[in-house]
Design a protein around this ligand. Structure first.
Ligand code: XUL
Ligand code: MN
Length: 348
């Protein structure tokens, strides 16, 4: 690894600027159009855009292949004009009435086929956007009650789908984004360990890796920086969705570092110390602005999450390694603990 400092590039998805609806209440802010959202990126300090397939091609299920391609080309030239790069494209496999029982693991063969076809259309979109990263959040692959499916068979169905998609496009890389629950009671591929296990069983393990979202790891009761370390060891951390989460509840997608700044520090630390970003990986965010936020200032969570990453990066880079090593050598972890706190608080 060269000694030059990594220049991180940041991304977010258009759904991160939203109208404030939650499961208990309707939207509270007027939408911004797609064009308006695209205009925000550079001013907020972002060059990467994360997409769902239907962010690029609305109403995708009712479009022909040539309509999908021509709509994608027009979005591509819009992105080019703004100097934006597509980081990832993900098929939205959880909204259709055809995926209520799961996508690749539905108990209906026709519905499983729909999920494969929809994923292929998504790969076509990624291809047109010159993006190799196809993200799979396996949203509805799981159960509400254990007895409705066979978990062993479900793993095979997901693996078969991955292999079909690898075969469909020899350039595409599949990034599994694990999440342990929500919308399902319990999901089949709940952690990055499960995802990487599947990657090695696929027909092309070098093209299957992962995307770790902080909140998803926390919801699994795990430490996000260690989950990232696990994937980094396998050279399979190809994207992250940084955010925060206050305990085990619904997926909050809070601004990065806003619930636990030290946990955020350790995520930045593991990324920085293991060369994340040096092969073009983006620092992706997946953050929701509060329902209380006025529309005209409803992008502050993006600005603050990016700034918090950079502030913590400074803390990682200015941590005195010699002092750290002395505490470790003396096995004085109490001393190390307080040194980190004072460093973070700027009270040294
Ligand atoms: C859901 C989630 C998704 C994925 C992309 O919790 O994080 O938005 O990031 O499909
Ligand atoms: Mn996410």
């Amino acid at each position: 690894m060269s000694n030059s400092l990594t220049e991180y590039r940041f991304s977010f998805g258009p759904w991160n600027i939203h109208e404030g609806a939650d499961p208990f209440g309707p939207p509270v802010r007027e939408s911004f159009s797609f064009d308006e959202k695209v205009d925000f990126y550079r001013n907020l300090g972002f060059v990467g855009i994360q997409f769902h397939d239907d962010d690029v091609v609305p109403d995708i299920d009712n479009k022909t292949h040539s309509e999908i391609i021509s709509q994608t080309r027009s979005v591509k030239s819009q992105l080019d004009n703004h100097g934006l790069v597509t980081e990832v494209v993900a098929p939205r496999l959880w909204e259709s009435p055809l995926t209520i029982d799961g996508a690749f693991t539905s108990n209906s063969a026709d519905e499983r086929q729909y999920a494969i076809e929809r994923s292929k259309r998504c790969i076509d979109i990624a291809n047109e956007l010159e993006c190799r990263n196809f993200v799979l959040w396996l949203a509805r692959e799981g159960t509400y009650i254990r007895e409705s499916k066979s978990s062993a068979e479900a793993v095979g169905q997901i693996l078969d789908a991955i292999n079909v998609l690898l075969d469909y496009n020899p350039e595409i890389r599949i990034l599994i984004e694990p999440k342990p629950n929500e919308p399902m009671d319990i999901a089949y591929i709940p952690t990055i360990g499960h995802a990487i296990g599947l990657a090695y069983r696929s027909t092309d393990p070098d093209r299957v890796g992962g995307l770790i979202e902080s909140a998803h790891a926390i919801l699994a009761g795990l430490e996000p920086s260690d989950e990232m370390g696990y994937a980094l060891h396998h050279k399979k951390l190809w994207s992250v969705h940084l955010n925060d989460q206050n305990g085990l509840k619904f997926d909050q997608d809070k601004a990065f570092g806003s619930a636990n700044i030290r946990r955020a520090f350790n995520q930045v630390r593991v990324l920085e110390e293991n060369g994340y970003g040096r092969n073009g990986e983006f620092v992706g965010l997946d953050v929701k602005v509060m329902r209380t936020q006025p529309r005209e200032i409803s992008t502050k969570h993006l600005l603050s999450s990016r700034k918090t990453f950079l502030n913590l990066l400074e803390k990682v880079r200015t941590l005195d390694k010699k002092i750290e090593q002395e505490y470790i050598a003396a096995r004085d972890y109490e001393g190390l603990d307080f040194y980190i706190l004072e460093h973070l608080l700027g009270t040294l």
